[in-house]
Ligand binder design. Structure first.
Ligand code: TEU
Ligand code: CA
Length: 546
């Protein structure tokens, strides 16, 4: 396992919303470059950029129409090269998004493939005849509705697991695979250090497209961890990633820890790590099927991944990304305990074993914007779900409640830099509304206040670098039945590290921790000025025992 991956901290940038440099209301690469000193001060080692390739932006760039060029909104290839140099000069690395499960329907391959059944690009996608007048099968798209879209020209259907403007690539096709490998090499040659691989466990579909079983996502058993997935990934690794010593983190949906090892175990490492979603369902059955947040469910998921992966592979540690609501609004209390809950959440996650990922704005405790008007949401998934909900007879009020809580746009509002108009993100009209709380929650305020969430994050990152136990230590949960307190012990090289966090807004007594006598430990991190017998609301502490 590469030292820089194990010891590194990744910061995710959603370029459209990070920093605008030319006042067109859209974040861009020069904007990112202008903020690298800020990121360096936080202490991160790598940045991951959500897609900046050419795209009609149906799904904000996760629909790529040209793998080799950038969307002009974001800048030029020269700008990207400057970014790479500026990062490398600072000892930092660049991770790009790699979207290879699907392209845009405006990609030339797809345009060609749609022209005729014997077009050479036909086999790059999943084209199928209907069954009489019916769709080829009953599989369901992750954005709702059927995965099949009918095309008049050739009177056949093509498959799309996401929007109909995102046709899935056919990985059975050897020519497609070599085109993809060529494209990845191009970016690696340009100096990119690694990739975040979008929905990577969906690449392989069961041949013949058999009928799917009843499930929230019908057909999932035929495209999640499909039959050839490991063959494709081994090929990519051997022929491309290994040649460049590139780092990969795959987004893997509906992945269980037991199945994760097939992707990430140290002895095969098809991918360096995966993003999993188990802890993200602590407040839902699946995405829009929301249920009340239960801390114990969250702790169980985190513990399970630690217990199953540690020693055999490497975990990712994340709370937020461009698809998830803000964590302090979700698992914390952004109104009454903003600082305490944001820092407690950071503590209990980032002292586990794995590589931390921080999403832009998380380090200052950005919150969900609570937009009540549907037209303030730009995200395609949000609008698809609204439409589907209405079709199923759910009321406007009910749908808006779901959207305000779960919409992906919760994480996509502009980065809050200061209290000037539009939060210092742009002097133009931002492409999406700014969260109205920017006069209080912003980077400038955070940097001016020694007790801010920002400095707490900075401290966590520094402690991870100072104490090898945080990176290397084993993991054991100490109060596995407690409903509100998460407590675990790390163990390494004769030292122990104890982490404890209160997931409630009440004072709680600390239960007996067996052989761990807290009075013998050294408190190396805490989010209250003083500690007492009790754990205060959302209190977190880290003790070191040498
Ligand atoms: O997301 C994959 C995914 O399945 C979900 O996390 C998704 O956001 C959705 O909410 C499922 O209901 C990845 C990207 O991160 C996302 O932004 C893209 O829209 C999607 O793939 C398609 O490329
Ligand atoms: Ca711009």
């Amino acid at each position: 396992m590469k030292h820089w991956v194990k010891n590194g901290v990744v910061y995710q940038i959603y370029p459209r919303s990070f920093q605008d440099s030319n006042n067109d209301g859209i974040g861009d690469i020069p904007g990112i470059i202008s903020r690298l000193d800020y990121l360096q001060e936080l202490g991160v080692d790598m940045i991951w950029l959500s897609p900046i390739y050419d795209s009609p932006l149906v799904d904000n760039g996760y629909d790529i129409s040209d793998y080799y060029n950038l969307l002009p909104d974001y800048g030029t290839l020269e700008d990207l090269k400057t970014l790479v140099n500026e990062l490398h000069r600072r000892g930092m690395r660049l991770v790009m998004d790699l979207v290879i499960n699907h392209t845009s329907n405006e990609h030339p391959w797809f345009i060609e493939s749609a022209k005729s059944t014997d077009n050479p690009y036909r086999k790059f996608y999943h084209w199928q005849k209907g069954k009489g007048r019916k769709k080829p099968n009953n599989w369901m798209s992750l954005f709702g509705g059927s995965v099949w879209e009918y095309d008049e020209t050739t009177q056949e259907y093509y498959l799309h697991l996401f929007a109909k403007e995102q046709p899935d690539l056919n990985w059975e096709c050897k020519e497609l695979r070599s085109e993809i490998k060529k494209m990845i090499r191009y970016w690696l040659n340009l100096g990119v250090d690694g990739f975040r691989c979008d929905v990577i466990n969906l690449l392989s579909k069961t041949p013949g497209y058999p009928k799917g079983k009843l499930h929230l996502i019908r057909g999932h058993e035929h495209f999640i961890n499909g039959p050839q997935i490991h063959k494709y990934l081994k090929e990519l690794k051997k022929e491309v990633f290994d040649q460049y010593d590139a780092f990969t983190v795959g987004e893997a949906i509906f992945l269980k820890p037991e199945d994760a090892l097939a992707y990430i175990s140290f002895d095969n490492q098809e991918l360096t790590m995966v993003f999993q979603f188990d802890h993200m369902s602590a407040d839902n059955f699946f995405k829009w099927f929301i249920r009340p947040f239960k801390p114990r469910r969250l702790m169980n998921a985190l513990t399970k991944w630690q217990d199953t992966i540690n020693g055999k592979g490497w975990n990712t540690l994340y709370w937020e990304n461009h698809d998830q609501p803000r964590v302090v609004s979700r698992f914390g209390d952004s109104e009454r305990y903003h600082y305490q809950s944001a820092t407690m959440l950071a503590t209990v996650l980032y002292f586990q074993q794995g590589t931390p990922f921080i999403y832009q704005g998380q380090e200052i405790g950005m919150t969900n914007p609570q937009f009540t008007d549907l037209s303030d949401y730009q995200d395609i998934e949000t609008h698809r779900i609204y439409w589907l909900g209405k079709r199923l007879g759910l009321s406007h009020k009910r749908m808006m409640k779901k959207i305000i809580y779960m919409s992906r746009d919760n994480a996509r509002t502009p980065m809050q830099w200061d209290d000037t108009e539009n939060a210092g993100f742009t002097e133009g009209k931002p492409w999406i509304k700014v969260n109205p709380n920017y006069p209080e929650i912003n980077v400038r305020n955070s940097l001016a206040n020694p007790d801010s969430i920002f400095y707490y994050y900075q401290k966590i990152i520094a402690l991870r670098k100072q104490f090898p136990i945080v990176v290397e230590g084993s993991f054991k949960e100490l109060l596995p039945k407690h409903q509100k307190i998460y407590c675990y012990l790390r163990d390494y090289d004769g030292k122990k590290l104890l982490v404890i966090g209160n997931f409630s807004d009440k004072d709680l007594a600390i239960p007996d921790l067996n052989d761990s006598d807290l009075t013998k430990g050294k408190l190396i991190l805490q989010n209250y000025p003083q500690t007492s017998e009790m754990l205060k609301p959302y209190e977190a502490r880290v003790y070191l025992f040498d």
